[in-house]
Write a protein that binds this ligand. Sequence first.
Ligand code: NAG
Ligand code: CU
Length: 229
Amino acid sequence: MQLTSTLLLLSASLASAHYTFPGLIFNGATSADWQYVKMTTNKYSHGPIQDVGSTDMRCYKDPAAPIASTANVAAGATVGFRVDTSIIHPGPLMFYMAKVPSGKTAANFEGDGTVWFKIWENQPTITSSSISWPSGQTTVSVKIPTCIPSGEYLLRVEHIALHSASTSGGAQLYLACGQINVTGGGSKAGTPLVAFPGAYKATDPGLLINIYWPVPTSYTNPGPKVFTC
Ligand SMILES: *[C@@H]1O[C@H](CO)[C@@H](O)[C@H](O)[C@H]1NC(C)=O
Ligand SMILES: [Cu+2]
């Protein structure tokens, strides 16, 4: 009895150490959960992706997800995600975008193909005794590039937890895709383009790494370099 409740408490605290990105933040307001974000398979478990070769790497979309809405946002505006409940593990945060191909909409596009460009990533603080990343965020946000063409896009947030990344497949990826319609954009398409899965390998130095000992002296985010206007 006591053991059971201890186990329950343990699994509850493990689950709460994971996270999702259910709310889109735009025009100064946070939307309802999954209103503008494709509902993810981990909506209840909050669990991560650990196989970077999985099609879950696109949007982690629940096959039974209801169809989400698409938010109108101006190029150059800041768009964010509410984190449920907060980013608690150490590791990098990145944002990618994919332009929705003609004939598709953000609502029915799943992010397949060589369509993704990276628009932002952070870097760790490295000292002689530790490597660390910003953590504890309950919201995360990014500026939509001013120069990209107007139209519908997927906005993909990705956080990689590295606390167990010293063995292959130990890195934990948390991600989700918001559906946005960029207005007032420019004429420079995002590059370079990569596919998910494909852009990452389990052996990438940013995914297979012991962040504790010896303390890394550098860190390389996985994926392409960041697009600039
Ligand atoms: C996207 O924005 C354009 C320009 O405002 C508008 O004409 C179009 O209907 C919008 N598309 C969606 C899906 O809201
Ligand atoms: Cu966790």
